[in-house]
Design a protein around this ligand. Structure first.
Ligand code: 5GP
Length: 191
């Protein structure tokens, strides 16, 4: 059976990546990598579906056990990808989508030269701030932190293979599918 392709997707918070991925993941050829995190669940979060929510102590125990493919600290919380489900799904021929921030993505870049890196960008910082405010799940202080993290993250897009600007959702989803299709048709995927 042909191996699936590992897609690493990064986007500053509020870029609408959740909405794009929601459309993409309707297709069962994808497996969404559920990360572990120490951040507090938001109302829309579901344990084991959006994240595995862990205490700092439990997360650090898993770090010590070398259970993570990558992990990073982002806005005062740990986030990490557990190794086992990734390999299992790729070997079953499913494309794996890891939705992680840039530090983690750069770790994967070194570990997996066959992975493909997609950056999702907001049309502007003003749109980004509005989307975060509209979501209404973060305090103004956290929003400021995330907008400034986003500015730094945006500078990192040069390290990715593709950049999709999420202005009109349907266009962004079509662009994502076009990237996947092009990668499926590639003869060799080694970087
Ligand atoms: P949020 O708290 O908004 O769900 O996620 C904050 C950031 O953490 C986002 O940029 C998201 O992509 C990133 N993130 C989520 N899971 C992981 C992970 O497993 N590893 C890393 N490095 N970043 C993650």
């Amino acid at each position: 059976m042909q191996q699936g392709i590992l897609f690493v997707v990064s986007a500053p918070a509020g870029c609408g990546k959740g909405t794009i991925l929601g459309q993409i993941l309707k297709d069962e050829k994808y497996y969404y990598s559920v990360s572990a995190t120490t951040r507090n669940p938001r109302p829309i979060d579901i344990e084991g579906v959006t994240y595995h929510f862990l205490s700092k102590t439990d997360f650090e125990k898993l770090i010590a056990e070398n259970a993570f493919l990558e992990y990073a600290q982002y806005c005062d919380n740990y986030y990490g990808t557990l190794k086992a489900p990734i390999e299992e799904n790729l070997s079953k021929g499913r494309h794996v989508i890891m939705e992680i921030e840039v530090q983690g993505a750069m770790q994967i870049r070194k570990l997996r030269p066959d992975a493909r890196f997609i950056f999702i960008a907001p049309p502007s910082f003003e749109t980004l701030r509005q989307r975060l405010e509209h979501r209404g799940t973060e305090t103004p202080e956290v929003i400021e932190k995330r907008v400034s993290a986003a500015k730094k993250e945006l500078e990192m897009k040069v390290y990715y293979d593709y950049c999709i600007v999420n202005d009109i959702l349907d266009d962004a989803v079509a662009d994502f599918k076009a990237v996947v299709r092009a990668e499926e048709l590639k003869i060799s995927r080694k970087a």
